[in-house]
Write a protein that binds this ligand. Structure first.
Ligand code: GLY
Ligand code: MN
Length: 424
């Protein structure tokens, strides 16, 4: 894989920073995430977007002339015994990954990994170099939104560095990075198509595993077998909710047993090469919708088709100030018109990309290159009816292209998917 693409993204980032802050000298600093013990490490999305690097606890520094230095934990030798640690401290490797220099962060770290409450000595080279680079008035451009969530580990590192007396002026560049990440290039669309394809096959496996007396966990196992076997991983905890569980929006227990007459919401996604899919189908356990279920299913499907037809550059995903040009508000009006407004408790969709709920400013209208979900739902707990249909759409010049077009969704096709069992 070529790192040229990442160098060009770094260049764009720097240009945008300079445009917004023409009078402020400083350095751009991006912190990778830290690995934990309970989950496989996935690189922090904005760090990955800007560098293409998968190692935890590394730090990327770029000065205003575009000179890039990568700082790595000083335990790579030990680390290579524990994990595949591809980073090498050589000029040739620096050249390969598109940085000017690779340095150690500080003194040798204990063991083979670093943690967010590292001792000062283990970051001393970085601290020293930043102090020199910033001088008296330099600004630290980094990902540090003043919000209740987002970039949590990165903000922890900053706070920890501040506790060592390092207190530069900080400018949050998360809106700039979000704007860049929001527009997907062809390489990204290819990764997303692949994530979507895997997810579609997983939906098919889920449908086959659904049946009277089968458990939600068995359906989860079937679909995750496909995702894992495709060298992907779930992009969020798989939701397999039957009966009343189908009415709980983020049900992830998956401990129920399905019964004929139930509906099952299967809301799943594969993450492939860091890019996420997010697709939902709702199936009848018996392989046949009841009249009532089909009636509501068709309202949800009509809503999705109506909104997908409207989605195009210039319209908003959600904008309370322009309800007639906001997909979220138009969907609500549509479902309310069908009599189910109070049973549609969530938004119509979200941006999709390196994160399932990807970055992107909802206050700006949709534009070419955005990828969004469209996911209307109707949930009536008193009738044990929960129905959601979700697909992934790429905003193009004249409209929206459904990335998951190949996965059936008419009531008849959905019934056929459940009826089509694995043969002996
Ligand atoms: N697929 C889960 C969600 O969009 O919240
Ligand atoms: Mn979703």
């Amino acid at each position: 894989m070529s790192y040229q693409m990442y160098s060009s993204r770094a260049k764009d980032l720097l240009a945008d920073i300079k445009e917004q802050y023409p009078d402020k000298e400083g350095v751009v600093v991006l912190f990778a995430g830290f690995e934990g013990e309970e989950h496989r490490f996935v690189q922090e999305s904005s760090f990955y977007y800007s560098t293409g690097l998968h190692e935890p606890a590394i730090v990327y520094v770029m000065d205003m002339q575009g000179k890039k230095t990568l700082y790595v934990p000083n335990c790579m030798k030990e680390r290579s015994k524990w994990v595949v640690a591809p980073l090498e401290l050589t000029d040739a490797y620096a050249k390969k990954i598109g940085v000017d220099e690779i340095k150690v962060l500080g003194s040798t770290c204990a063991g083979y990994q670093m943690h967010p409450f590292f001792p000062q000595s283990e970051y001393e080279n970085l601290l020293h170099d930043l102090k020199v680079a910033l001088g008296r008035d330099g600004v630290l451009y980094t990902l540090a939104p003043n919000s209740s969530h987002g970039y949590v580990e990165q903000r922890l590192i900053l706070q920890h560095l501040q506790s060592f007396g390092f207190k530069p002026e900080i400018i949050d560049i998360s809106p700039i990075v979000a704007e860049l990440r929001r527009t997907k290039d062809m390489h990204e669309i290819e990764q997303m198509y692949k994530a979507v394809d895997i997810t579609c096959i997983a939906q098919d496996a889920a449908a086959k595993a659904i049946g009277n007396g089968q458990t939600e966990a068995e359906v989860q196992a079937s679909l995750e077998y496909i995702i894992t076997g495709s060298q992907a991983e779930p992009s969020f905890p798989s939701i397999v909710g039957s009966g009343k569980n189908a009415t709980i929006l983020h049900y992830t227990e998956n401990t129920g047993t399905m019964q004929d007459g139930d509906l099952v919401v299967v809301d799943i996604g594969a993450r492939y090469n860091n890019y996420c899919a997010d697709i939902t189908r709702t199936y009848p356990v018996s392989g046949k919708f009841t009249q009532r279920q089909k009636e509501i299913y068709n309202v949800v499907l009509e809503t999705q088709e109506y909104i997908a037809d409207l989605a195009k550059p210039g319209i908003w995903l959600s904008n309370a100030d322009k309800p007639d040009e906001s997909l979220n508000h138009l969907a609500r009006t549509f479902i309310t018109g069908k009599g189910y407004g109070k049973y549609f408790p969530h938004g119509i969709g979200h941006f999709l990309g390196l994160d399932v709920h990807d970055v992107g400013d909802y206050k700006k209208p949709l534009k070419v290159g955005d990828v969004i979900t469209i996911e209307p739902g109707i949930y009536i707990p008193e009738e044990n009816i929960g129905i959601r249909i979700e697909d992934d759409y790429w905003i193009v010049k004249d409209g929206a292209m459904c990335l998951s077009e190949g996965l059936p969704k008419s009531a008849k096709e959905i019934e056929a998917m459940v009826q089509d069992k694995f043969s002996d």
